[in-house]
Design a protein around this ligand. Structure first.
Ligand code: PLP
Length: 418
């Protein structure tokens, strides 16, 4: 394989990789780990691990409660994390709600916006696309069951991109909510979400962008996207698990009722009724994931310290190399072909071979990939598959990782063909 100019300089990249302790471990005895499953969860740099440990070692106390030194420090660090997220998305800190992740963010919106819209949803439609992760399907199905609303689905083209023409047909005056994925977690294709949000705005519908796979690869400006809500998970952006973001436009959040009740989200509690805090605290009942927020802020700061354009070029070049390595096998089929809009994720199926068998044989060689339905069962069915193998890259993925994948895939397919 020839070297591609946009792959990061090997020496500089080696020092970036060295910041991720897990990448130097061996698996199955003496095999170096080749981690190509970053779309499922990313590995964490020292900066994130140290920030979380430092929080527990120096500032641990409950936030927004204690008047003592530690309580004040912990609150400052938690709110500093919120401000860091706001700077990252170019929105206001009051618009950043910490959740457990994308899944909880979407359930929060479905529940709270569902209550706000109430019985008016009975004759309304909720629009998603064929690409959605189950986390952006099931909460809307539940809301439809509760209210009588109808779920509508935007189709995709052969390159794994949603049809704007169909979106325009489906999003009409009956539409109350439009919720679409920015980068497909199965295909890696980037979607025209700005245009979809504009259609939603034109008919007075609320718009939601599932940015779980895009925040790590694209610089995102919430205002520029024009959505009402943007949701994502910290663990896919070099941050810890159990922390995520539901970013909502201030005017919308202010109208929404609480999602859960408990400590910190109230203004006053009386037996007759309670009153609530303004957003974002209204949506953060109970003790939050403080060290998670601190770790997430460290991850964002770490990412912002890199040249993101160079990083995107590096990830794009590696993605293309992975596509080539797979396409070199006549029995392999890239899902959605070689799409120009693909970012960091490639899925494929092989004639007559179960994806899981490929995953097992690669794992034996130290290469970690993901196999299965990728929480997108309707999408896989649409693409004529029940299971697929998926490789995905991150900042720390190296050219050597791609070569290792290429060699181990060739070996696995030889064994499976025998
Ligand atoms: C596009 C997309 N949406 C939603 C999710 C759910 O994220 P989480 O499991 O972190 O809540 C994922 C996770 O893979 C995803 O890729």
């Amino acid at each position: 394989m020839s070297s591609v100019a946009t792959i990061m300089d090997a020496q500089r990249h080696a020092s970036l990789r060295a910041e991720f302790p897990i990448l130097s471990r061996m698996v199955h005895g003496s095999k170096p780990l080749v981690y190509l499953d970053s779309a499922a969860t990313s590995q964490k740099p020292d900066a994130v691990l140290d920030a979380m440990m430092n929080f527990y070692r120096t500032s641990n106390a409950n936030v927004h409660r204690g008047g003592h030194v530690l309580g004040t420090e912990a609150t400052e660090r938690y709110e500093h994390a919120r401000a860091t997220v706001a700077g990252f998305l170019r929105c206001d800190a009051s618009e950043v709600v910490f959740t457990r992740g994308t899944t909880e963010s979407l359930n929060l919106i479905a529940s709270s916006l569902g209550q706000l819209l109430g019985s008016s949803l009975a004759n309304k439609s909720i629009v998603v696309s064929e690409l959605e992760h189950h986390a952006n399907i099931v909460p809307w199905q539940l809301l439809c069951e509760r209210t009588g609303a109808t779920l509508r689905v935007i189709t995709i083209d052969d390159h794994g991109v949603l049809s704007l023409e169909h979106a325009e047909q489906l999003i009409d005056e009956t539409t109350a909510i439009v919720s679409v994925v920015h980068v497909s977690n199965t295909l890696g294709t980037t979607q025209p979400v700005r245009e979809v949000c504009a259609h939603a705005r034109n008919v007075g519908a609320y718009s939601i962008v599932d940015a779980a796979q895009s925040v790590v690869h694209h610089a995102i400006d919430m205002r520029d996207l024009g959505c009402d809500f943007l949701v994502w998970s910290g663990h896919k952006l070099y941050g810890p698990t159990g922390i995520g973001v539901m970013c909502g436009r201030a005017e919308v959040l202010e109208k929404m009722p609480p999602y859960q009740g408990g400590g910190a989200m109230i203004d006053d509690v009386q037996w007759e009724r309670s009153t609530y805090q303004l957003p974002p605290l209204r949506f953060e009942a109970g003790t939050p994931n403080m060290e998670g927020a601190v770790g997430l802020a460290a991850a964002i700061t770490w990412l912002q310290g890199l040249d993101r354009e160079q990083l995107a070029a590096h990830e794009h070049a590696l993605t293309k190399r992975l596509e080539q390595a797979i396409a070199a096998h006549p029995s392999a089929r890239l899902l959605a072909g070689t799409s120009a809009s693909r970012t960091g994720i490639v899925s494929f199926v092989v004639d007559g071979v179960h994806a899981q068998d490929i995953g097992v044989l690669l794992d034996e060689q130290g290469v970690a990939i993901r196999t299965g339905h990728h929480c997108t069962m309707p999408l896989l069915r649409r693409l004529g598959a029940s299971s697929a193998a998926r490789v995905s890259v991150a900042a720390y993925t190296s050219e050597a990782d791609v070569v290792a994948f290429e060699q181990s895939l060739a070996k696995a397919l030889r064994i499976l063909a025998a």
